[in-house]
Write a protein that binds this ligand. Structure first.
Ligand code: N2P
Length: 364
């Protein structure tokens, strides 16, 4: 009798541990904050049994420091194209095994061409989403403080006479030196992609002059702050400003927000799904990326976060007013007025950028 009971217990324990092994299948994903509909991850787990351990960041520099240190433990990460290009050169990533990515045929050649300008990115990554860096503002707060404010110009934040008028209602800039320095150069009419340190010094002068009127440098808090009416002006990312706009609409709090692509030109960036060389779960990483390339999944994500994606087949599944909004899916004409990130691949220029940014932020 005792023996029989023991056998039963052992059988039970075996079944239990077999289940535990299955339940432990994971994929560790490190993506930008406010950049997905959680449903997409939940449905992946339901379909595959693989648990998604999902962490978020809001700066390329922060992601890069983890990747360069090695052993991040992440299976899928999402750097922007210019950073990814340098990280590939530093040997951080593995090539994708395209035989495991049956959904790759859904991707959009036009976006693949864009990212190819940075190097062999299409061997190592696929596009997640892309967008522009522009101006988000609270219509009423701006109108109260200035008649005929130049709302579609970078003068809003880079002309001291203009931005000083908004200092009291809260002006935020992205904590993203490789986006704000080019924007300051575009404002001056200089080449925003310049890697000449004397030209970058001109951006420093612009930023130093307006520094007293900037309340904060941050790359995610502005969504809530703008949506709640706690700040009036930001240089931010397209979809994040739209998220603030729709949060305000839903809350019916009377806050009206607009996103403008600057007349002087907007930075266009591409965030790419990639697998670090030392990823602990390479097979699951491929399964996850393939899931994201499913038109239905990426359409669900885009409809939730208001960023354009690099998946052509998803377009019929997008909210119509999102696909037809030139601030989300820019028309050819708007595209003409955008530029891609500078490459800053020379370590010397990297140091100039870092030093400039520290000086600007600390105001010293
Ligand atoms: C999402 C921000 C992603 C855009 N909150 C930055 N590349």
């Amino acid at each position: 009798m005792k023996n029989k009971l023991n056998k039963l217990l052992i059988a039970g324990a075996l079944t239990f541990s077999a289940q535990a092994v299955i339940a432990e299948e994971v994929v560790n994903v490190y993506n930008w904050s406010d950049y997905i509909d959680e449903q997409v991850n939940e449905d992946f787990t339901a379909a595959t049994g693989i648990k998604v351990v999902y962490d978020v960041f809001d700066s390329n520099e922060f992601l890069q420091s983890k990747l360069l240190a090695g052993g991040s433990g992440y299976d899928v990460v999402v750097p922007s194209s210019s950073f990814l290009a340098r990280q590939i050169q530093a040997g951080v990533f593995q090539k994708l095994d395209k035989s495991k990515l049956s959904n790759i045929s859904n991707m959009w050649g036009k976006i693949e061409e864009q990212v190819e300008q940075f190097g062999p990115l299409n061997d190592y990554s696929v596009n997640y989403m892309w967008g522009t860096t522009g101006i988000g503002y609270n219509v009423e707060m701006i109108n109260e403080r200035m008649d005929n404010a130049p709302t579609t110009s970078l003068a809003m934040v880079f002309d001291p006479d203009v931005v000083s008028k908004f200092a009291d209602c809260g002006v935020h800039l992205l904590d993203a030196p490789e986006e704000i320095i080019p924007a300051a150069l575009a404002y001056l009419g200089e080449d925003p992609r310049s890697t000449d340190k004397d030209v970058i010094a001109k951006a420093e002068d612009v930023l130093t002059a307006v520094r007293p009127y900037i309340q904060k440098f941050h790359s995610s808090q502005y969504i809530d702050a703008l949506g709640n009416g706690d700040i009036c002006l930001v240089v931010g990312w397209s979809g994040d400003v739209f998220q603030a706009l729709y949060a305000a609409e839903e809350a019916e709090n009377g806050v009206e927000i607009v996103y403008a692509i600057p007349d002087e030109g907007a930075l266009m960036w591409f965030d790419q799904l990639a697998i670090p060389k030392d990823a602990p779960n390479t097979a699951n990483a491929h399964k996850y990326i393939n899931w994201i390339m499913d038109p239905e999944q990426i359409a669900t994500a885009t409809n939730y976060v208001w960023y354009a994606n690099g998946n052509f087949a998803s377009q019929p599944l997008l909210e119509p007013d999102l696909l037809s909004d030139p601030a989300v899916y820019p028309t050819e004409e708007v595209m003409q007025n955008t530029y891609i990130s500078p490459s800053y691949s020379d370590p010397k220029i990297q140091r100039v950028v870092t030093r400039t940014w520290t000086k600007v932020k600390t105001g010293q």
